[in-house]
Ligand binder design. Structure first.
Ligand code: DC
Length: 239
């Protein structure tokens, strides 16, 4: 069966990565968390005091950044490595969340990440979550979902996630960070966060994880049936 690209875009903390992981596992596809890539770049830039307004510094820094994902059978997660070092936990901390959207605005950063993401998904058979996957990275993705949820629900979910990692963060601070990131992400010049015209809207405010996964898998089934039909038609035309 043909392998496809599944693009999950949307606002911060509306369940994209949880849904994407489960969809990928159920299809035997790779899962790529593109937010983790922007977070890893942010960590490197902060560690190396890279000035975002100096294009040469940014370009030089990007040349020294190698981002990779490795599956960890212990945690059952695809974890992100920055220059060979596992930074999965570090990049989820609040000081990275506070800076990541500003770093993601920089055109050079976006070009480098988008090029790498296209390479990662070249063979298809991937579920990618982010902000611009269906609009910029894979505009030809066979399945595009745009996820949203009300901000209070999102803030509570993010707080629970952080608590699981033993980070106690005030709900107000989380909500402020989510709103700030949404604003920067959706108003930036380069590939802003927006719903692609052909993306299905998924509001997860009152949905369980299983319902979210089923919603995406239904779209996948329809897309695969469509692909099979196109293939059959092409074959019969050639005969
Ligand atoms: O998905 P996340 O919250 O970990 O993403 C962190 C930030 O990275 C998000 O606020 C904006 C940026 N990002 C982006 O600009 N483009 C993507 N494809 C993914 C994330």
């Amino acid at each position: 069966m043909k392998k496809i690209v599944i693009a999950l875009d949307g606002y911060s903390s509306c369940g994209k990565s949880t849904t994407a992981k489960l969809v990928a596992a159920s299809l035997g596809y790779a899962y790529i968390d593109t937010g983790a890539m922007y977070r890893a770049v942010t960590l490197y830039f902060l560690d190396h005091h890279v000035s975002l307004t100096n294009p040469k510094e940014v370009k030089d820094a990007l040349n020294h950044i190698d981002i990779d994902f490795h599956y960890n059978p212990k945690t059952k997660r695809n974890e992100v490595f920055l220059n060979g070092l596992n930074v999965e936990d570090e990049i989820r901390k609040m000081y990275i969340s506070d800076q990541v959207s500003e770093v993601s605005v920089v055109a050079e950063v976006r070009h480098a990440m988008v090029a790498q993401q296209r390479k990662m998904g070249k063979k298809r058979g991937v579920v990618m979550d982010g902000r611009d996957i269906g609009t910029a990275v894979f505009p030809d993705a066979e399945v595009k979902i745009f996820m949203t949820a009300d901000v209070d629900t999102r803030a509570k979910r993010r707080q629970e996630e952080l608590l699981e990692k033993k980070q106690l963060v005030n709900l107000g601070e989380i909500k402020e960070n989510l709103l700030k990131r949404d604003l920067i992400d959706s108003t930036r010049k380069e590939s802003p966060l927006r719903q692609a015209e052909d993306a299905a809207l998924l509001d997860t405010s009152h949905m369980t994880i299983d319902e979210q996964v089923d919603f995406v898998l239904d779209k996948v089934t329809s897309a695969l049936i469509h692909e099979e039909r196109v293939l059959e038609q092409n074959l019969s035309e050639r005969r």
